[in-house]
Design a protein around this ligand. Structure first.
Ligand SMILES: Cc1cc2nc3c(=O)[nH]c(=O)nc-3n(C[C@H](O)[C@H](O)[C@H](O)COP(=O)(O)OP(=O)(O)OC[C@H]3O[C@@H](n4cnc5c(N)ncnc54)[C@H](O)[C@@H]3O)c2cc1C
Length: 226
């Protein structure tokens, strides 16, 4: 699997040893998450909005209502910055200074363009639904033509991106290892609870397996696996 070429924007400065431009690493993080923060500039002001996304090959899709401010600002090729963060644990240090977080994150820069091709837009809808709940699209009413018209879909090519990963225990000042008290890592993970039936659900309708056993794709990139 290739490496993405670092650019001035995607060159890691602090702790670059935690950084990666390895495409497999970047894709694994993008595929485990489904929420991102999408940033852009409007009239010289920074703007940033959380939203869902999907990756299809080397393209990222975001979507929203036709009036969505972020999507309207970006649709004609403006530069976006899309950030994805997975939190794997709290790093409980003996000092305030070295208290930290174990994480895997990706930063993507790219120009965003509106998807106008009907079949690509359909495929993007499907990808976004399945990015949140894999296998769901086959069981939902497909988007009606009017719903498709009311939705803006943008594509951002996955060509300029970086990953950064922190794993492992706290990294203390040597003298602090002698301090009394606990230190270590408290693992954190996104976990689904038990499904809650819609109050208007037809009685006796079971939740599908992909809901009952929901979990995110878990590539071997987390604490303890590297
Ligand atoms: C959950 C979480 C908590 C964090 N908490 C802190 C904190 O409290 N204090 C702190 O200093 N840092 C924190 N970081 C790390 C932070 O994201 C930056 O890596 C850090 O600010 C150093 O940035 P920089 O100045 O080296 O580079 P910048 O100049 O900010 O970034 C240069 C380029 O490096 C790449 N890059 C930098 N950081 C990341 C990243 N996290 N993921 C992917 N690519 C990246 C991007 O392409 C970026 O454009 C945290 C990260 C995460 C995910």
């Amino acid at each position: 699997m290739p490496e993405l070429s670092p650019t001035p924007r995607t060159t890691l400065k602090r702790r670059p040893q935690r950084g990666s431009h390895d495409l497999a690493t970047i894709e694994a993080i993008l595929d485990e998450a489904f929420l991102c923060h999408l940033a852009w500039q409007a009239d010289g002001e920074p703007c940033c909005i959380p939203t869902v996304y999907a990756r299809v090959g080397d393209v990222l899709y975001v979507h929203g209502a036709a009036g969505n401010r972020a999507l309207r600002a970006l649709r004609d090729g403006a530069t976006a910055c899309l950030v994805v963060t997975l939190v794997d644990g709290l790093v409980v240090s003996r000092s305030a200074f070295h208290s930290s977080v174990n994480y895997r994150s990706v930063v993507v820069y790219g120009r965003a363009f509106e998807v106008t091709d009907a079949s690509e837009k359909q495929a993007a809808f499907r990808a976004i639904v399945e990015s949140v709940i894999p296998k769901r699209f086959a069981d939902v009413r497909p988007p009606a033509p009017k719903e498709i018209d009311q939705t803006l879909v943008l594509r951002i090519a996955l060509v300029e991106a970086s990953a950064k990963l922190r794993t492992g225990p706290p990294i203390e000042d040597e003298a602090d290892y002698a301090r009394p008290g606990w230190a270590g890592v408290l693992p954190l993970a996104l976990q689904a609870g038990a499904p809650i039936d819609d109050p208007r659900l037809a009685p006796g309708t079971p939740a599908p397996d992909y809901v009952r056993h929901y979990e995110r794709p878990r590539p071997e990139l987390r604490d303890g696996a590297r």
